[in-house]
Design a binder for this molecule. Structure first.
Ligand SMILES: [Mn+2]
Length: 409
């Protein structure tokens, strides 16, 4: 199976690898990676590459890059930094925090902000006009990068595929673009088989005797639900050795914890949410611990049409961000993750342009309380604010709605 993909982007990869090999020079390398399946697989591929280079390295798994985290990482370390499956949008702060004599690489597939600087290199397909959400996962990007450093990486092509599937890049019936190139590698190296089920491809990983999608789901559970317990380390190990009985039980346990915590929270909320004129909101504070802050989004999605919600009000959920990063220690900052969803009726009105969507509301409301809007779409969004600003944020949304220069389109 052969796939022709953008040659031009390969030039970008070549350039980044060249800088990396010049800068590396036996210095310590710190890899900062995301905690979902794609981020875990990216870390595994980096590990294989760094082992081959025989350099000292450290891995730091984070859910999101906040300024306080970036500052802590760079003030306590020297050498080479690799941010992967995250960092693209935070490139400016990362560049600022990279000290003289150090070099930072951002190997990400999320939309990135380009920055100039002698000691930062950004490798991101989005900057070359290639959708990182469709054609290339961070794991695939790391594979293509590492391929130019060591042949050894080809033994782990299947890990790149696991990451792509973990980010649902098979959602159109099969993986595409650069991810498909990696699939081709896996098939020709005898690591994976394509099986057609219904209208969809599934990828059978021969080494483990199971499907990539099931395997990746477990990685994401370990990394996100088990974040504060360093479940991502079990995930990394599983990518090399497969899931043993003990790790499988861990995954099941984490799923159970999630179900239980969700159920308990639903019971709590069944008395009704807090309400203002157009917003309904609640906070789970730290009751979702040890689960990561990705959980609040999933929870809002599950409850948005339940009987205790108002069909016409914007739904906002808050979850305290743990002030401990397992690989870093305690931070001097208390933050809250904000997730925004809409009940189906309101969702339709947003999509029909009758009322403002979150892509309009959340960046503006975040600005009013000096938060960092993150991923904003019309009917779903996330942002981060300082702890204690929850009610201010709700009022900021009301404020934006009152003063809206929003025109129904
Ligand atoms: Mn990813």
């Amino acid at each position: 199976m052969e796939y022709i993909v953008s040659e031009r982007f390969y030039d970008e990869v070549d350039k980044a690898v060249k800088v990396f090999l010049e800068e590396e020079d036996g210095r310590k390398i710190t890899v900062i990676h995301h905690n979902d399946a794609d981020g875990i697989c990216s870390a595994v591929l980096q590990k294989v590459m760094l082992e081959e280079l025989n350099v000292e390295y450290e891995f730091i798994c984070v859910e999101k890059v906040y300024p306080e985290i970036i500052q802590k990482i760079h003030s306590e370390r020297h050498g080479i930094f690799i941010y992967t499956d995250l960092g693209g949008l935070a490139s400016r702060i990362i560049a600022e925090e990279t000290r003289d004599g150090c070099h930072t690489f951002i190997i990400d597939h999320h939309p990135a902000r380009d920055v100039d600087g002698d000691n930062i290199t950004i490798l991101d397909p989005e900057l070359a006009g290639i959708s990182g959400d469709i054609f290339i996962s961070a794991s695939t990007l790391n594979y293509i990068f590492a391929q130019r450093v060591t042949e050894k990486i080809r033994d782990y092509a299947y890990v790149a595929l696991l990451g792509a599937v973990g980010d649902y890049h098979d959602r159109y019936g099969g993986v595409l673009g650069f991810d498909r190139y990696v699939l081709g590698e896996c098939v020709s190296l005898g690591q994976a088989e394509i099986r057609i089920e219904g209208m969809k491809e599934r990828y059978y990983i021969k080494k483990f005797g199971e499907y990539a999608d099931l395997f990746s789901r477990r990685l994401t559970t370990l990394g996100s639900v088990g974040y504060l317990k360093k479940g991502y380390l079990d995930g990394m190990r599983a990518c090399f050795e497969g899931f043993d009985g003990k790790t499988m039980r861990k995954v099941e346990k984490l799923e159970e914890i999630k179900q239980k915590k969700f159920q308990r929270e639903i019971e709590r909320l069944s008395n009704g949410l807090n309400e203002t004129e157009k917003v309904q909101w609640f906070s789970v504070e730290n009751r979702f611990s040890p689960m990561g802050v990705k959980t609040i989004g999933e929870f809002c999605q599950q409850i948005k049409d339940m009987s205790f919600t108002r069909p016409l009000k914007y739904l906002i959920g808050f979850q305290d961000i743990p002030d401990v990063i397992p690989d870093l220690g305690r931070l001097n900052w208390r933050g809250v993750k904000v997730s925004a969803r809409a009940p189906s009726t309101l969702e339709r009105m947003i999509l029909n342009g009758k009322v403002p969507g979150y892509d309009f509301l959340i960046p503006r409301a975040s600005e009013l309380v000096r938060g960092y809007a993150d991923a904003t779409h019309k009917i779903a969004a996330a942002t981060v604010i300082d702890k204690g600003k929850e009610e201010d944020f709700v009022h900021a949304i009301e404020e934006v709605l009152k003063n809206e220069d929003f025109k129904a389109c």
